[in-house]
Design a binder for this molecule. Sequence first.
Ligand code: SF4
Length: 279
Amino acid sequence: MSLPANFQFSQSNLHDYIDCARRFELRSLLQMQWPAPRSEPILEQEHHILMGERFHHLLHQYFIGIPKELLAPSREEEQLNAWWENFNRSGLLDSIPKRVLPEKTLAASWEGQRLIAKIDLLAFIPGEHFVILDWKTSINRPPSRFLTDHIQSRFYPFVLVLAGRSLNNRKAVLPEQIEMIYWFANFPDQIERIRYSQEKYTRDEEFFSNLMHEISRLPAGQFLATADERKCRYCNFRSFCERGETAGNWREMEAESLGVDDLESFQSIQFDQIAEITF
Ligand code: SF4
C-alpha cells in the first residue's frame, strides 16, 4: 500500500505502528475517529490531559517572552500552580543554552519520506550544543531505561540531524552536539538527560529506514491487530476491534506499568497521551 501523498512520519504514528499496526492504520491512514475513552475514570483522565495541555501552553507563553508575573495561574488551578512553581524553582533554565525556540517543528525529507518532529523547546548554541526539551506531566516518573529506549528519544535527535542546518549556519548538526532532556512537572529535580551520538545515529538510520520501508510496502489488509491484548486496554479503538468495552484505569495502569517487566504497556498510555501536543 502506498502512503497518502501528504503523509508524514512522526514519533507518535511510528509508536502506534510498533505497538499495533492496526492502530496505525486506523488512526493515521484511515484517519478514523472512534469516540471511546482511552481509560477510566474519564473525567479525571480528561482533566489531567487538559492540565497537561494548559501547562505546555503556559511554558510556550513564557518562552515567547510574556513576563512571568502575567502568567501565574489562578489560585483555583491548584495543579497548574504546583507545576508552574516547580518549573520556576527547578533551576532547569540555568543548565541549558539561552537561545530558545519554543514549540519548534522540524521537518525533513529522507529516503523519499517526510519526517516531522514537534519539539516543546529547542535551546541551542549554533555549532556547539542543541538541547531538545520535552515537558512531561505524568503522575509517575518513568525509569531511565524506558526513556532512553522510547522512540521519541531516538526520533527527535534523528530528525534534528537531518533538518538542523538552518539553525547551524548551514552546517550539519552533529549527533554528538545533541542532547534530549525530559523535565517532569511532578518530579522537577529528577531531570533525564540523554546524549545523542554518531553510534546512536547510525543505529537509528538503519532502524527508521527499515521501519518506514516496511510500513510503506505493507498491503492494505495486512496491518494486523496486536497479539498483546494488554495494549488494547488503553486504546480508543477497543470496541471497534472487539477487544473489550471497558477502558482500563489509567492511574492503576500507570503505577503497575512501572514494573521493569511491563515497560511497553506504560509506553502505550500516559506517556503518549500528552507526549505530542498539537501546536
Ligand atoms: S484495540 Fe487493540 S487491536 Fe485494536 S487498534 Fe487498539 S491496540 Fe490495536
